[in-house]
Design a protein around this ligand. Sequence first.
Ligand code: SIN
Length: 283
Amino acid sequence: MSNPIIEPSGGGVGAFVRELNLNDSMTDDTIAVLRKGLGEYGVLFFRDQDITPETHAAFASRFSNININRFFTPVLDYPMIAEVRKEPEQKTNIGGGWHTDHSYDKEPAMGSMLLARETPPSGGDTIFASMYSAYDTLSDGLKETLGGLRGVHSSRHVFGENAARFKDKDNDAGDRLRNAQEATQDAVHPLIISHPISGRKALYVNPGFTIGIEGWVEKESKALLEMLYEHARQPEHAYRFQWRTGSIAFWDNRATWHYAVNDYHGARRLMHRITLEGDALAA
Ligand code: SIN
């Protein structure tokens, strides 16, 4: 079998993988090409993949061990697949804000593979942003300053007992999330990391889970983080992916942010997510 074609998305991040049917057997060489593409482009998009949960899991596990998600409800009979679901009568979606999965873990997940099972008639896109590009476009002076800093990340405020779903009466995500008592993860990572696959520098803070800068008081941390977020949110770094049933986005959490757009009220959206284990991050 010849290797797949990897075609840049044309936006600030991501590439489309063409001529690959995930139901076909794949050589280690093909997996190596995909891994390199993931490290280079940050997200790989696949179209029209009619696969079973078993094939989804088998493909994902060619890249790393599967992380069993602590907080998301799993797909029935498939504990290794998390359900990302919003029903027509629900208001709150999962992932509706810029974030990087699992940055609160000491060894953050390397990536996630999201498969669209049911898509709304319109809307429900996911926007991705490149943290390579966010880093590359900072001034040399700021790059040098950030290079000596470390960010503090936590799961507590998002999945724990003080999370929005317990405090905000309009937040109805509660039926899709679980184990608030297990949201005890805190981690410190360099603000600028060297990407484990590509070796490129990437900005590694995110609005979802970063709660401060190590050794800085809250006011100082907030000011620097807000400035970095404003910079990283610029559309130049982003690509907006429109889902169809059978589409897959496989993103690298060390090189990207993502944002699930919540603009399809009254329709159902059902995705299957597999998250893959990663390693400790280095500057
Ligand atoms: C997520 O943040 O993992 C979900 C993304 C999406 O549903 O588009």
